[in-house]
Design a protein around this ligand. Sequence first.
Ligand SMILES: [Zn+2]
Length: 683
Amino acid sequence: MSNPLLAAWQTPFETPPFDDIRPEHFLPAFEHAFGEHAAEIDAIVKDSAEPTFDNTITALERSGKLLTKVSSVFYALVGAHSNPELLAIESELALRQARHWNPIMMNGVLFGRIAKLSELRDTLQLTGEQQRLLERTLIRFRRAGAGLDKAAKERMAEINERLAHLSNEFSKHLLAEEQDWTLELGPDDRDGLSATFVAACEAAATERGKPNKAIVTLSRSSVEPFLQSSSRRDLREKVYNAFIARGDNGNKNDNSTVIGEILKLREESARLLGYDTFAAYRLADSMAKTPQNVRGLLEGVWKPALASAMADRDAMQALIGEDGGTFKLAAWDWHYYAEKLRQRRANFDAAAIKPYLSLDGMIAAAFDTASQLFAITFTERKDVPVWHPDVRVWEVNGRGGREVGLFYGDYFARPSKRSGAWMTSMRNQQELDGVVTPVILNVCNFSKSANGEPVLLSPADVRTLFHEFGHALHGLLSNVVYPSLSGTSVFTDFVELPSQLYENWQERPEVLQRFARHYKTGEALPEDLLKRFLASRKFNQGFATVEYVANALIDFEFHSQPASTAGDVRTFERKELDRIGMPEEIALRHRPTQFGHIFSGDHYAAGYYSYMWSEVMDADAFGAFEEAGNVFDAAVALRLHDYIYSSGGSREPEEAYVAFRGRKPKPEALLRRRGLLDTSAAA
Ligand SMILES: [Zn+2]
């Protein structure tokens, strides 16, 4: 039997032939790829020649091509369109991956060659990118434990294997919890809901084999609009409680025990590497550098955010009284009354703008913004194989038709997809042995429309679309030589800069006036509605900041305090929320048992603060366009391209930022943008 994962791909742009790939192809392909990669590493290790940049660092960069290829297809599918077979393979692979990587990343001979080159670096006549690559490679191996003694390495390998298994369990539990629960809306349960929302609930029901019904699911894009518009307080309470209880139901999908063990093992691995806590280990290789810097940022934002949220709470309580209500505002009421308050203050109703925010219009807006800033164009291709009929593909070209890459958009929620929104790549840009163009994906969970009506987005969805597209541009515009420095291979607290910065354009009149058109009449967004919409953007920022900062702090405390105290997850959560004075009307955006950012893998572990760290830069960065008096200013856009979007990990991030902006970022820009600089702004 021929395995399409091991064959040369004869598809347009040599993309994965999804029509031919079956779950049973993956394990044999992985085994083959592991073997090939191990042999390549072995050849570097056994090379009798003195280490050179070429025979060690470049050889490492060349190794593992097949493994990267197979992995990127597999993990893209597991996230966007899984099935029980793929999930079973993922569980099996978690351990297999750890067993493959441990002996490579802890190989003493290999580490010795890299360390030797690092000592000789000034004599090697390296380019700037090569120097950065050498430095990053050394750090990567050292932080994986390559410099430890034999016993410590063995323990580290055990820990990695167990952590791989636990992260996988965490994701599996969470996905099961989200798939298991739905709320069916009978004809009497729809008070306050818009026709478009009900249509989305009908589409979700059909997707789950329940035609002619309407269901609310536990995806955020189903829950939040429901909480915002349903006037049935009892149902809001029901949906809210199910949403925040994910992973914390005391059933077989409960994540508390998994979390306790993950924290203990992370702490132990940090200690093996010479750090007191996992947070200290984590920050040693980041822009923020120390726990103090992170706490300083988060605590500086916490107070004004809390004050603003509490002022909003009081105003909402007054609204309840005006309506004749006698109850105290509860957490499941917040979205509903916040929307009423927004309508009153900004005279703006989120439902009023939705008909102008069609998915197609907003995709066109995101593309056009990129065209104006970076001179690239997008042409839809119908001949590229995809993993689900809803997936769309665009060819991306630069000046003179130069091939930039390929972009896949997979926008709709479905049961086979993980919750959230993300960017990932199926092929990274590099030029080591000739030009390789990137293949980039955006995956979102927008609600699909029923009956072929155009899909309409909420303002929050539009922000998500631009955010993920900003990440996509970071991958698409990458212009480096070496694969491990490509695109988003940057510090976690830098990686949100290109994405969050891009969000700025989705709330510009220059963009909305052209692309926000009524889905039925084609009429442009009325000037007055646009003004009220933009004015309303700062509304409820106290709440948004509180739910985020509390999450960032709790992530940080989980990884700073002794793991033995953090092991009882519920108690720890309660204690930390009490300590910071979390109001009972606001829940964490992600409670620990559903906090996939930090437990489905370690990417954002002790790193959830990164969004805000990046926001300090992005709020300040957009100022460069404002100061130039044009949000598409060519000179600023060129610097943005050269130093931020195309440079991948080839530059030190702070140096890259300063090269773009001419100075370091000023933190006030963040508070100003969120309307928190002066708490009276909340009134
Ligand atoms: Zn992001």
